[in-house]
Design a protein around this ligand. Structure first.
Ligand code: NAD
Length: 414
């Protein structure tokens, strides 16, 4: 429970899926952790006055605005939390940083490498003035994932040889599922690749401490044309603002109007990491039966560790240094007070869930701002993920040819 009087006044843009998840975390974080500053849920932004007023009330925000420019320019806002689709991340985050606000931006950082470069550069400039920024790769903050990183960093896995990562969903298997913003390149940047592939890229690099240097990829769009959305629902919520796709408007109420899917439905790639490991990645929205199945396995010379989001309180660990007769996978229940983030929650064995990763994210962000350190993943870290996404796309376009990941910083001229 926070005991400080110092406040950070938060303004959040977007109030649907991530808006709700972030709101829950902002509501909870001060009550669970004793932090050097308290988050105050000051202002929420959405474009529809009626809907955003309702969201403010439902999610616990003091007041609302219908224009993000108002939100970023107000003197009484310290932190801007960007929970909109990728097509507005760069514009909002750049304006917020220029106005001296700390920025938390959802992933992937941007829709293009050039946007991400501009954001990382602006974050570096703002950092000199004490302004902090972070990208929302929340899975880093699942306690079992943080512990996985500690095991690797402590040398318990030895030399990392293999990384095997899958992130599988099935919400667009039905070809009649509508053309929501996530299926439009100009709004989302890419499909399964940037949406869920970005998570496993960040997660595996975070856990291993190694960066992807090159890839060979295939991507596919299985269903190339879909009905235009009628109204929002479920995961596809918030099609408000997703206007008709050019040349595909409705035809006097006859055959349902359709539009082209302009992103990948699935992306599969092999990669090399800079510490010598070989890696495989699979991100798909067509894995029938798999709802939100994120699994990562790391094999090292001394052991193996496995994380499965559907059992997020657990880690599987194989310790090859144990006597041969005792070797085998053990299941670690990551709920002890000494496990990352867990001391503030419940007694051992009382498990936590998906939403806690966001509370941990807000905890770390508030602490970084209040103590004047740079949080991770930084915009520069998120730019590096964007460069991997870009390499995957280019490789797929070139018939899977080996494609190096561009360096985040241009080489210094001799
Ligand atoms: N960290 C995660 O696990 C995770 C999960 C899902 C989505 N995301 C990311 O979060 C972001 C948002 O995704 P979502 O699932 O919440 O989408 P969503 O469609 O559920 O919500 C988007 C919100 O943004 C609002 N919005 C769009 N344009 C706006 C504008 N110009 N001004 C003000 N509001 C605007 C919409 O009205 C809506 O409230 C995306 O970048 C996505 O990749 C992250």
């Amino acid at each position: 429970m926070s005991t400080t009087d110092k406040q950070l006044r938060v303004g959040m843009v977007g109030y649907a899926f991530m808006g709700a998840a972030h709101s829950q975390a902002w509501r909870t974080v001060n009550r669970v952790y004793d932090l050097p500053a308290r988050a105050r849920m000051a202002l929420i932004c959405g474009r529809d006055a009626g809907k955003v007023a309702d969201a403010a009330d439902r999610l616990g925000w003091e007041t609302y605005t219908t224009d993000w420019r108002d939100l970023v320019s107000r003197d009484d806002i310290d932190v801007v939390d960007v929970c909109t689709p990728g097509d507005s991340h760069a514009e909002i985050a750049l304006a917020a940083l220029a106005a001296g606000k700390h920025v938390l931006c959802e992933k992937p950082l941007a829709n293009t490498v050039s946007e991400a470069r501009a954001m990382a550069a602006a974050a570096a400039t703002a950092q000199a003035a004490g302004v902090r920024s972070m990208c929302g790769f929340n899975y880093r903050r699942v306690p079992a994932v943080t512990m996985m990183r500690q095991l690797v960093a402590d040398g318990r896995l030895g030399v990392i040889r293999h990384v095997r990562a899958t992130y599988l969903q099935d919400w667009i298997v039905d070809p009649q599922f509508p053309l929501v913003w996530r299926l439009q390149k100009d709004r989302a940047g890419s499909g399964a690749l940037g949406d869920i592939g970005a998570h496993i890229i960040d997660l595996t690099q975070f856990v291993t401490g190694q960066r992807i240097t090159g890839v060979s990829a295939v991507t596919e769009t299985f269903v190339k044309e879909r009905p235009l959305p009628a109204e929002s629902s479920g995961l596809a919520a918030t099609v408000d603002g997703a206007g008709p796709v050019d040349g595909h408007g409705s035809v006097d109420g006859h055959a349902p109007a359709t539009g082209p899917v302009t992103v990948d439905d699935a992306a599969v790639f092999v990669a090399r990491l800079d510490g010598g490991a070989l890696a495989t990645y699979e991100a798909s929205r067509f894995a029938t039966g798999r709802k939100n199945a994120l699994r990562v396995e790391i094999n090292g010379s001394l052991g193996t560790v496995v994380f499965d989001l559907e059992r997020l309180n657990e880690l599987e660990f194989y310790d090859a240094t144990r006597p041969t007769a005792e070797q085998g996978f053990s299941r670690i229940l990551v709920t002890e007070g000494e496990h990352p983030y867990m001391s503030a929650w419940w007694p051992p064995g009382h498990i936590i869930g998906y939403e806690h990763s966001f509370t941990h994210q807000m905890r770390d962000f508030i602490e970084a701002i209040a103590t004047g350190v740079d949080p991770a993943p930084s915009f520069a870290d998120a730019l590096q993920v964007q460069l991997v996404l870009d390499a995957v796309t280019r490789s797929a376009e070139l018939g899977s040819s080996w494609t190096e990941v561009e360096p985040a910083l241009a080489p210094v001229a001799a």
